[in-house]
Design a binder for this molecule. Structure first.
Ligand code: GLY
Length: 363
């Protein structure tokens, strides 16, 4: 049903995308009095946010000064209060573990690379300490020690279950008055000086502003009235999950491009491939086997079992992190988080909310 004839509702914001980024922004905007409608082409939180392992891992992801590094450090700082507040307003428990991470080196060269990297990370405020092979054997007795040269422990790395976060955000948004419209894609939008006209599967509606937070799909929404927004692209990742007794792996374990972590419910996750294959959803058994063997290198007892699950997700790739207004005070971008959408959700929500308030009103 078209509503284009009616007045633009005051303080109305449309968000395209109901993943962890869109929902976090919707929650924060609703708390500040905005009337938010979140559109999603599919189910709430069922794409990259559902697939993500949920590493909050400065130690694994950040080593050079950049805007991303600054935002990642700040978002990690905000995480404990973000989770506390979200649990409180949603009455849901979130699996959030301040478990630290252990980077493993299986050669002298790998150990030197870890040490050099740690020097650069210390300058960014990311602390770590050297751990000897003997210490690893003592405190992480399940870790494979053949050819082990040593490691580094990152005490501030943590994990969160992104599915818990999106479920809590969904309830927090609803309680704060946001309207969530799953299975309701934004088909097109037009940005003018005074409004944004949104054509969605539910009909046409006018809003004061719009946020594009549709992850890897962000640039597939045709938007008239402004220069094209930066391209988004899917970067597929496979992950596997092993059913294991709780506390089998009570720290994030990393080696080269592989990471392992365990949810509170026992699911031990190993990830991840990085593939530029478009939106191909087929699970590749060869990649699953490769991930399982990488996991078995780090935790050899996993060689005796097969993964119970394998899944894929489409990381939101782009040339850069796209956060902020785009050629208009009515269009805001929030995508391009690539490997770190879960980590960057709190800071993205704060930045976009502040930006919208600064551009459109003071609250
Ligand atoms: N955040 C880790 C990954 O994208 O695989």
């Amino acid at each position: 049903m078209s509503r284009l004839g009616s007045a633009i509702p005051d303080d109305s914001i449309a968000i395209a995308g109901a993943g962890i980024i869109g929902l976090s922004i919707a929650w924060k905007l609703s708390q500040r009095g905005w009337r938010v409608t979140v559109f999603d082409k599919g189910e709430i939180g069922r794409e990259a946010s559902w697939a993500g392992a949920g590493m909050l891992s400065l130690g694994g992801e950040v080593d050079q000064p950049s805007r991303f590094a600054t935002l990642a450090v700040e978002s990690r700082r905000q995480y404990p209060s973000f989770i506390r507040e979200l649990e409180s307003v949603s009455d849901r428990v979130i699996d959030y573990q301040e478990c630290g991470a252990l980077d493993l080196a299986y050669s002298a060269d790998e150990l030197v690379r870890l040490e050099v990297r740690a020097v650069a990370q210390t300058r960014l405020g990311i602390e770590s300490r050297a751990v000897t092979t003997k210490q690893i054997q003592t405190f992480w007795p399940r870790v494979g020690s053949e050819d082990l040269a040593g490691g580094r422990f990152f005490p501030a790395d943590a994990i969160v279950d992104p599915r818990d976060v999106t479920a809590a955000l969904q309830r927090a948004c609803a309680r704060a008055g946001a309207k969530l419209l799953p299975k309701c894609a934004v088909l097109a939008a037009t940005v003018t000086k005074d409004e944004v006209e949104v054509q969605a599967e539910s009909g046409e509606e006018r809003f004061q502003a719009m946020v594009i937070a549709a992850g890897a799909w962000s640039s597939s929404i045709p938007i008239a009235g402004i220069p094209p927004i930066p391209a988004a692209e899917p970067v597929r990742g496979h992950l596997v999950g092993f059913r294991q007794p709780e506390q089998t792996c009570n720290t994030i374990l990393r080696h080269a491009h592989t990471y392992l972590l365990q949810r509170a419910n026992g699911l031990l996750i190993a990830g991840a491939s990085v593939e530029r294959v478009g939106f191909d959803r087929l699970i590749n058994p060869e990649i699953v086997a490769w991930l399982a063997s990488e996991a078995g290198r780090v935790l050899p007892h996993l060689n005796e079992t097969a993964p119970a699950e394998a899944w894929i997700g489409f990381r939101p790739g782009s040339s850069d992190l796209q956060i902020g207004s785009w050629h208009s005070r009515r269009l805001f971008l929030a995508y391009g988080h690539f490997r770190n959408g879960i980590l960057l959700a709190p800071i993205t929500a704060s930045l976009v909310t502040d930006d919208i308030n600064a551009n459109l009103r003071t609250r």
